[in-house]
Write a protein that binds this ligand. Structure first.
Ligand code: S3P
Length: 461
């Protein structure tokens, strides 16, 4: 065991050096220059939902038959998932947002020739770990510098309780090696934190486990895994906070239409809200699953003018067009119950808070410290650079609305931080330069062009 841990540490150090070099090269390559005076108006459709795109590849790969996916996010994160399943022998054809997946069934995956690289994606690594725990072969999962520092014990521990065999770095971080031949046993697991990634990891492992897997959530989190499993013909029972799934079920191929990602739409919901009064922007075909709409609720509590229209159901997920108009925002105490329902949207919500009149306080959001970056600290640092009074706390932040100046801010390679500070330029008095923006491609390829098309003055250098 000790030898394995050391080997993994050496591998990680070597990998870390390689990634550091790449990140230094990329850092100087991609900055956003954001000029004041922009606004967000018109009608746009943002790219496909990242969470659903990952899951669409994973579930269709282990289904029986051919599935057709449309609206697939062509971002680096979901493409890493797609490439991983190709590396495990799944025939996947991909052209723009259309993907054809010839499923190999629950036990048809093959051992990849080398490690699977999850890049920047926590979702890919954590969900895949659950799915791989029940295979017959060994697999190693690696990630970039940020992902290699993110906590994995939250998924390793329940999987070990299911009799999976996993090696990690001494700190419970990647690289992770999942050993094959595991005969998984179902567990009844109380999630220690509100995390859809942990819930989904256990449910995917549960497909391979003997018996019925039960997961209880401390608060509702996104339920795309449960909904999509049902779309593939699986029986998943949800009663309040308890989710149950029996192992050994067959998934049957289906067609999936991935809606536009509300987490990407969020940048424009805030951009539209902080645009001059009278400005109107429509975001079309946005997924409005109730486990994801915290951003709309929080913005409305702040006084935003958002209308949900043309609501319809697409493949088991609610979808709508969102109309946002310029408004006078006010500071609020963000209700803790909304935190898991808006977990990815806080960087840009902090920009809304900086533009609001009065104080906005966030608590109960310690999970933000273990995202692609420490989003509480990194956002506080950037806001302070831009002249905003922002005080980080252990589990949140306190932001006093004010006047945003110009300056140079660090995104720390975090896609959502980079896009949030571009949106801030709408209300800035001087140019904002955002450093290290290459990872915007992980979730929102084409962000700069789409933002420019609405009137936001951002350029990529
Ligand atoms: C995700 C769940 C969330 C979110 C992430 C995507 C998912 O993470 O932050 O971007 O697709 O399940 P946690 O469940 O760990 O909060």
């Amino acid at each position: 065991v000790i030898a394995a841990v050391w080997q993994s540490k050496i591998r990680k150090r070597h990998l870390g050096r390689q990634l550091l070099m790449t990140s230094i090269e990329q850092k100087s390559e991609c900055s956003f220059i954001c000029t004041p005076g922009g606004l967000a108006r018109g009608s746009i459709r943002v790219p496909g939902d990242k969470s659903m795109s990952h899951r669409s590849i994973m579930l269709s790969s282990i289904a029986e038959g051919t599935s057709y996916i449309s609206g697939f996010l062509q971002g680096e994160d979901s493409l890493n998932t797609l490439r991983s399943f190709q590396a495990m022998g799944v025939d996947i054809k991909h052209s723009e947002d259309k993907v054809e997946v010839k499923g190999v069934g629950l036990h048809g995956l093959m051992q990849p020739d080398s490690s699977l690289d999850m890049g920047n994606s926590g979702t890919a690594m954590r969900l895949l770990l659950g799915l791989l725990a029940g295979q017959y072969f060994d697999t190693t999962l690696i990630g970039d510098e940020s992902l290699s520092e993110r906590p994995m014990n939250r998924v390793i521990n329940p999987l070990l309780a299911m009799q999976a065999k996993i090696d990690s770095d001494i700190n419970g971080t990647a690289p992770l090696t999942v050993h094959g031949n595991a005969t998984l046993t179902a567990i009844d697991y109380q999630l220690p934190m509100a995390s859809a990634q942990v819930k989904s990891c256990i449910l995917l492992a549960g497909l391979y486990a003997k018996g019925e897997t039960v997961v209880t959530e401390p608060a509702p989190t996104r339920d795309h895994t449960e909904r999509m499993l049902r779309g593939f013909g699986c029986e998943v029972e949800t009663k309040g906070a308890v989710i149950k799934l029996k192992g050994g079920q067959t998934l049957t191929a289906t067609d999936i239409e991935v809606p536009a990602d509300i987490s990407s739409a969020a940048f424009f919901l805030v951009a539209g809200s902080i645009s001059p009064l009278g400005t109107e922007l429509t975001l079309t075909h946005v997924g409005i699953n109730p486990t994801r709409t915290g951003v709309i609720d929080i913005l409305k509590l702040m006084g935003a003018d958002i209308t949900i229209t043309n609501q319809r159901d697409v493949g088991g997920e609610p979808v709508a067009d969102l109309i946002v108009r310029g408004a006078n925002l006010k500071g609020i105490n963000i209700p803790e119950a909304l935190v898991p329902l808006a977990i990815d949207e806080f960087p840009v919500l902090f920009i809304a808070a900086a533009c609001a009149e009065g104080k906005t306080t966030l608590t109960g959001a310690e999970e933000l410290r273990v995202k692609e970056s420490d989003r509480i600290q990194v956002m506080a640092d950037g806001l302070i650079t831009l002249g905003i009074d922002a005080v980080p706390t252990v589990d949140g932040i306190c932001i006093q609305g004010g006047s945003i100046s110009g300056g140079e801010v660090e995104s720390h390679g975090d896609h959502r931080i980079a896009m949030a500070f571009s949106v801030a330029s709408i209300r800035a008095t001087d140019t904002i330069k955002v450093l290290d923006c290459i990872n915007v491609n992980t979730s929102f390829p084409g962000f700069v062009d789409l933002a420019i098309s609405t009137g936001i003055k951002v350029n990529s250098l």
